[in-house]
Design a protein around this ligand. Structure first.
Ligand code: HPA
Length: 274
């Protein structure tokens, strides 16, 4: 486990590389990494060069920070995130969020690949994350509280900013991309869910399911950051269709959705409120 001092040292290292403070931090989910090609004037920092940073291991994740501009907005993007199923302690999974906060960044855009539970969804759809369910994995805030970031018992009643959801709706309408909206359920992975688990999650109110995002969002909200979330529905969740799931399908659908995804993200970053 790291200390507040450790986090400050990592933040100082990154600060020394990037110059000005990004307005929005973006976490790119599985298969959604190519968005970094749209970041102009960028500086790249490999995770392996960042003191205190874990290494990303999953296929399809490059593992670097890319800092530059989208439109005229300064951003920092994580190409490759840390997943709980990779074996990290959950505090490691969220380390970058705390670093972003220390850098003075107050806005987070999280993205992911997710399985669709809501039967009105189709693979390739993008979903505005309205809320999440996190019953089945440990909290990233477990353990001694970092009072420097936020309270012991943080409020989660608006984990995904209502205002930012409206901004996202407007931006996607402007670029002509239809968005679904729904609740994202977090599972530990790495196995996909069983059909019974998916039925249960559906009854609990989930529209989509995935193995990321929620730890980062909890940590960001703990630190008072504004959060926007987008899921790319890469497959229908287990048992919804009569077919097995596989990682290749997830990556392939994410690739097909890339154009819409990039279009929406570029517009929404451009219209991010002050
Ligand atoms: N389940 C969990 N995680 C996922 C899925 C899924 O069906 N698709 C993409 N990530």
């Amino acid at each position: 486990m790291y200390s507040y001092e450790d986090l400050n040292q990592t933040a100082q290292y990154i600060q020394g590389k990037i110059g000005s403070i990004p307005k929005v931090a973006i976490i790119l989910g599985s298969g959604l990494g190519p968005l970094v090609d749209d970041i102009k004037n960028c500086i790249e920092i490999d995770y392996k060069d960042i003191p205190g940073f874990p290494l990303s291991t999953v296929e399809g994740h490059a593992g670097k920070l890319v800092c530059g501009e989208i439109g005229n907005k300064p951003v920092i993007a994580m190409k490759g995130r840390f997943h709980y199923y990779e074996g990290y302690d959950v505090s490691q999974v969220v380390i970058a969020i705390r670093i972003f906060k220390l850098l003075g960044i107050n806005n987070l855009l999280v993205t992911n690949a997710a399985g669709g539970i809501n039967k009105s969804f189709s693979p390739g759809d993008l979903m505005i994350i309205k809320d999440h369910i996190s019953f089945f994995a440990p909290s990233p805030l477990r353990g001694k509280n970092f009072n420097e970031f936020g309270p012991r018992f943080p409020d989660m009643s608006e984990a995904y900013s209502k205002k930012l959801r409206e901004v996202l709706k407007k931006a996607s309408e402007e670029v002509g991309v239809k968005m679904q909206e729904g609740v994202y359920a977090f599972t530990q992975g790495p196995m996909y869910e069983t059909p019974a688990e998916i039925r249960a999650l559906g009854i609990l109110g989930a529209d989509a399911v995935g193995m990321s995002t929620v730890p980062e969002v909890i940590t960001a909200r703990h630190a008072g950051m504004n959060v926007m979330g987008i899921s790319c529905i890469t497959n229908m969740a287990a048992g919804i269709l009569n077919q097995p799931l596989n990682h290749e399908e997830v990556m392939q659908t994410a690739k097909q959705a890339e154009r819409n995804f990039t279009c929406v993200v570029k517009r929404v970053i451009d219209s991010w409120p002050e």
